[in-house]
Design a protein around this ligand. Structure first.
Ligand code: PLP
Length: 433
């Protein structure tokens, strides 16, 4: 391919590969699915832009895989971190900022009556599942193909995101003892869920879903699907867990659950609530949360959980989101991208489908509707890889996987959108040659 990452990126990446497997600390950062390594090594982020170690600038639609809803280095968030860092970075005791963040989450997420912090989304989901098993006394987790719920053992059964991209959907090292209690069903298919719960519902601890899937690309639920999911789950005596690690505070100031009118028993949270620093959380119904140690017998812990700097960054991010309410503007910009990309692709005879919810969307390189993992996988990997490179060459940074979203942040303006559309036009023209 014509495009080559800069010399300094290459040199850094060479160093990385000697000491870090594959040179990356998360497989989703690798460029293996889009024409190969090395990936671009970034030096800094500012607003809607990235700058790499060679001094090249990119408009960023990765948003660090979701957390950066305000863009890079938002001044309010940065100042809040600076103001707090002199007090120390970790105490291992209860502290005001984690309590304030917990109060903020409880006040803004419907059905979140109590919350416990973790350091990552992975732990949040893992803990919510353990809690559901503790509460119900049952072993089985029902989840959906192509959704990504972090990298705990059981969640790597038919997972999406980075796991699907590198083809480790059933990771080595996950024992059968774990896998046998995880059932993965096609998303958006209520009949299969009904059938499954009719057969083995009395063994099911929880049904776990992203209410709007973000990890096989953006895939919204069909009308009525989540409501029926909730009814069937409760009929089986199981708990409904929504993994809102991506979706909470992405589409409005609160959970996707309340936008969609279906409130789960438990939530898993992450990404935006840490404002770009490590954070996760799980919580929900008060009676269920009473099972969590030290109140109850479900053990879960974390040296770094509720980290003061993460709490401060999360609080500052949520303050800006509440005060400035950028959601409609973000969605309008994303809509401009969606409509124009569809038009450009048509002009150059390139079949695509776009799924968009608010400020997040995915361009699938195929023309049929995408509503589950099977239809998402029809997106042409070779075309996507070429498109990714062409866009990179033109200064647009997209996630290096056909199963990820483009995230428009509150820092993007019409100017970045117009530049992006110019790059799209040239890239689709190239693709059609
Ligand atoms: N759940 C969802 C929906 C996610 O998208 C992710 C990460 O991408 C996770 C859980 C895991 O979060 P983390 O990477 O913070 O462990």
């Amino acid at each position: 391919m014509a495009y080559e990452v800069g010399e300094k990126s290459q040199a850094w990446f060479e160093r990385a590969t000697r000491v870090i497997p594959g040179g990356v600390n998360s497989p989703a950062r690798s460029f293996r699915a889009v024409g190969g390594d090395p990936p671009v090594v970034m030096a800094r982020g500012m607003g809607p832009y990235f700058e790499d170690v060679d001094g090249r600038r990119y408009i960023d639609y990765l948003a660090a895989f979701g957390p950066l809803v305000l863009g890079h280095a938002n001044s309010h968030v940065v100042q809040a971190i600076k103001d707090h860092v002199d007090e120390g970075t970790l105490w291992g005791t209860p502290a005001p900022k984690e309590i304030e963040l917990a109060e903020t989450l409880v006040a803004s997420i419907e059905g979140l009556e109590q919350v416990r912090f973790t350091s990552t989304g992975t732990e949040a989901v893992m803990s919510a599942i353990r809690l559901a098993r503790a509460f119900t006394g049952r072993p089985v987790v029902v989840k959906f193909e192509g959704a990504y719920h972090g990298h705990s053992d059981g969640m790597l059964v038919k997972a999406g995101s980075g796991a699907s991209t590198v083809g480790t959907q059933d990771s080595l090292g996950v024992p059968w003892g774990v896998v046998k209690d995880v059932i993965s069903l096609p998303y958006n298919d209520i009949a299969i869920l009904e059938e499954t719960l009719a057969k083995i519902g009395d063994q099911v601890a929880c049904v776990l879903a992203e209410p709007i899937v973000g990890n096989m690309g953006i895939v919204p639920p069909k009308d009525g699907y989540l409501q029926q999911m909730k009814e069937l789950t409760h009929k089986a005596g199981a708990l409904l867990i929504f993994d809102e690690v991506i979706t909470a505070y992405r589409f409005h100031y609160g959970s996707a659950a309340s936008l969609l009118g279906v409130i789960p028993d438990l939530y898993a949270l992450g990404k935006i609530i840490g404002g770009g620093l490590p954070a996760g959380a799980y919580g929900g119904r008060y009676d269920v949360m009473q099972y969590v140690s030290p109140l109850g017998g479900m053990f879960q812990a974390g040296t770094l959980a509720g980290n003061p700097l993460s709490s401060v960054a999360g609080l500052a991010t949520l303050e800006v989101l509440q005060r400035e309410d950028p959601y409609q503007r973000m969605a309008e910009l994303a809509k401009i991208l969606e409509e124009n990309i569809l038009e450009i692709a048509q002009e150059f005879d390139q079949p695509i489908t776009i799924n968009r919810v608010g400020s997040a969307f995915t361009v699938f390189f195929q023309e049929n509707p995408v509503y589950d993992y099977t239809t998402a996988k029809m997106s042409d990997p070779v075309k996507f890889a070429r498109f990714h490179r062409l866009m990179l060459e033109r200064g647009i940074y997209l996630a290096p996987s056909r199963f990820e979203a483009w995230f428009v942040s509150a820092a993007h303006t019409r100017q970045e959108i117009d530049k992006t559309l110019e790059a799209c036009r040239e890239s689709f023209r190239e693709l059609s040659r």
